[in-house]
Write a protein that binds this ligand. Structure first.
Ligand SMILES: C[S@@+](CC[C@H](N)C(=O)[O-])C[C@H]1O[C@@H](n2cnc3c(N)ncnc32)[C@H](O)[C@@H]1O
Length: 330
């Protein structure tokens, strides 16, 4: 099982919190037993997953994230990892990181990025954190997974991270600027993310079931307060947080094999395969919880989107951004 941790309580103001000590433990040799029972209940609470409409969702901070955490979803995330590697010509990151010692992957998902990074940099201690403890338990000794809500107050003490990485947190996070402003000065920060709205350069997406899908689903996420288009805003957020050496790379992710260019055709094939697994996963909780849709209505929307997504004459694409920078020491 992945190691788990949660943060301390926070208050709305800066008043000190006095925590009274339970003195009944003094000279009590059963303290260790009681401590392990607390740890066990913490561990089981993060494993109390929500089951809803045939999918499984995270238990820790129930409701904070609207996509499932089941095997089907984990397969989709691993497929997306392969897509990102192909897009970046097999690079895990683009920032000029040198000899990293302490690294964190925010919203690590299946942990695949963290594991591959740790394999590439055996000297680095790599943390992957997520609401769900769904990462593999047998991993390299320099990788550790933590259960954490990254929208809570930043709880990572000690040396600053040499590299903070976050990929594909569109529709996951409500307040990106707050998250970014909490990072300590020092190392590199790299976010890789989408503009969640699909588009087409020739207007072929207009009026299709595929476009309706994105409009309905993303407006439900927006109603719930999530950021749906982080990609194009990352540069501004980094600069507003005082970052220097900010570098932006914008990529096209076509949907389907319609592009002429061989590389884009390959990316498009992976994107289409990922999308086929995402229509239902992306829409179910957002539309049933925030727009009161029935499961059946969501399935119809997803099925129309899937059908349109397979048409060669609909030239849909996403823009994807890799942005990295540093917060200066002083
Ligand atoms: C779309 S997945 C991306 C996973 C991974 N970064 C990748 O690129 O494969 C988003 C992940 O963020 C996690 N997540 C969402 N909100 C979170 C939060 N507030 N704190 C920690 N993790 C969060 C989800 O559980 C999910 O695993």
């Amino acid at each position: 099982m992945a190691e788990t941790s949660t943060k301390g309580q926070t208050t709305n103001n800066n008043a000190p919190i006095t925590v009274e000590v339970d003195t009944s433990y003094e000279n009590d040799s059963s303290y260790g037993d009681e401590l392990s029972s607390y740890t066990a209940s913490l561990t089981s609470s993060v494993l109390e997953y929500r089951q809803e409409n045939g999918r499984r969702y995270h238990g820790f901070r129930d409701g904070a994230y609207l996509l499932p955490n089941d095997e089907t979803e984990n397969d989709r995330l691993d497929m997306l990892h392969e897509l990102c590697l192909r897009l970046l010509h097999r690079k895990l990151y683009l920032a000029p990181v040198k000899n990293p010692q302490r690294v964190i992957d925010l919203g690590t998902g299946t942990g695949i990025w963290a594991i591959e990074f740790a394999d590439l940099h055996p000297q680095a201690e790599v943390i992957g954190c997520d609401l769900s403890p769904t990462q593999p338990s047998l991993v390299l000794p320099n990788v550790k997974f933590l259960v954490d809500d990254i929208e809570s107050e930043w709880a990572y003490e000690g040396n600053p991270f040499d590299f903070i990485h976050a990929r594909y947190l569109a529709v996951s996070i409500r307040d990106f600027p707050k998250l970014i402003k909490q990072f300590k000065p020092g190392g590199w920060v790299e976010f890789q993310d989408y503009d969640g709205y699909a588009t087409s350069q020739d207007g072929s997406l207009n009026g299709t079931g595929l476009q309706r899908y994105y409009d309905e689903v993303l407006s439900a996420f927006e109603k719930a307060g999530y950021e749906t288009r982080p990609g194009p805003k990352l540069e501004r957020w980094f600069k507003d947080a005082g970052f220097v050496n900010v570098h932006v790379e914008k990529f096209v992710i076509p949907h389907g094999i319609w592009p002429k260019d061989k590389h884009l055709k390959d990316i498009g094939a992976w994107a289409q395969a990922g999308a086929e697994a995402a229509y239902e996963a992306g829409a179910l909780a957002a539309l049933t919880r925030y727009k009161n849709w029935t499961k059946e209505k969501v399935m119809l929307l997803a099925s129309d989107a899937r059908a349109d997504g397979r048409k060669r004459n609909i030239h849909s694409l996403f823009y994807f951004y890799v942005v990295y920078g540093q917060r200066p020491e002083n």
